[in-house]
Design a protein around this ligand. Structure first.
Ligand SMILES: Nc1ncnc2c1ncn2[C@@H]1O[C@H](COP(=O)(O)OP(=O)(O)O)[C@@H](O)[C@H]1O
Ligand SMILES: [Mg+2]
Length: 285
């Protein structure tokens, strides 16, 4: 009994230098499609966010909603299509995405509130949070937006009041139209603008792998140049392209460190932030 109690206090003490280091600092957390649906997000992840919040960090949550969006699109007779990890989005799809993401958003906000945090949900279109233009990567993605500017006034106010912002990625174009924004892109733009201490991307794989089918080939640490080379060599493809680019961009924009972690590993975020164990891929300068 006594031994167990001492061991437990050891765990708390081990976390102290990290709690001190990150006290008052902003962490942008992107929670991926695969594990988010109409039922919200994993409670374990929410608890990690709560822990960070009460340890004095300022988590800002950005979420996607991949499978739920695809489900709603199919219901409406639309076939989901991805090109290089970004969803082809026609005008009808934007409306469906807006609806699906707002359902998920409300769910996450109410769960966080239920756990005892103050949380506030918004999309990129509100409070001029982001402005976008049509993304033109050399092929047509329809109404997919590239972030052109970020106004963090509302986020700073929320954070100052100890309210956790929960954001879903849609943005208005100069043409007054609504655009779908990849959640990785959106989270990266926000993290860079706020010069966040950390940028964490939770997804359905351990991180970036040399051979995506083999977890043993996981990269522990990469820099922007490595990431670009892996994309050119096609070792990184599909959904990992926007994710890897999001990390590089955030780092170049002044974020200290970016992490890609497996949301399926219990307390992946706490392990990464509050212990000396690195578990996923970290992207550094
Ligand atoms: N080199 C790689 N290492 C790891 N995953 C990769 C790699 N290249 C492509 N992927 C794919 O990227 C996917 C993650 O992106 P995505 O499906 O968009 O997830 P999310 O919903 O979290 O954004 C993985 O499931 C994996 O299939
Ligand atoms: Mg994705």
């Amino acid at each position: 009994m006594m031994k167990e109690a001492i061991r437990k206090s050891g765990v708390l003490i081990e976390a102290l230098p990290y709690i001190k280091k990150f006290f008052g600092k902003i962490v942008v957390i992107k929670y991926g499609g695969a594990a988010v649906d109409e039922k919200g997000i994993d409670r374990g992840i929410l608890r990690d966010i709560m822990f960070m919040h009460y340890a004095g960090m300022h988590p800002i949550v950005v979420h996607g909603g991949g499978p739920f969006i695809s489900k709603m699109m199919k219901k409406a007779g639309l076939e989901p299509k991805f090109i290089n990890g970004r969803r082809y989005t026609d005008e009808q799809a934007v409306r469906i995405i807006d609806k699906a993401l707002s359902v998920i958003n409300r769910k996450i906000v109410s769960e966080l509130r239920g756990m005892g945090a103050r949380a506030f949900g918004l999309s990129g279109r509100e409070n001029n949070l982001i402005k976008v233009k049509k993304m033109t990567p050399g092929y047509d993605l329809g109404f997919v937006g590239e972030v052109t500017s970020v106004d963090t006034t509302v986020l700073k106010r929320l954070v100052k009041d100890n309210i956790v912002p929960v954001i879903y990625p849609l943005g208005l174009g100069r043409d007054g139209k609504l655009y779908n924004v990849n959640a990785d892109d959106m989270a990266s733009a926000i993290a860079a603008k706020l010069k966040a201490e950390k940028f964490v991307l939770l997804t359905n794989v351990m991180g970036i792998m040399k051979d995506k089918g083999n977890p043993k080939t996981l990269y522990k640490t990469l820099n922007s140049a490595d990431v670009q080379r892996l994309i050119n060599d096609k070792a990184i493809d599909s959904g990992m392209i926007p994710k890897a680019e999001a990390c590089s961009k955030a780092i170049r924009g002044g974020v200290k460190k970016a992490h890609i972690l497996n949301a399926g590993i219990e307390h992946a975020m706490l392990l990464e932030i509050f212990t000396d164990k690195g578990i996923g891929t970290e992207i550094v300068n």
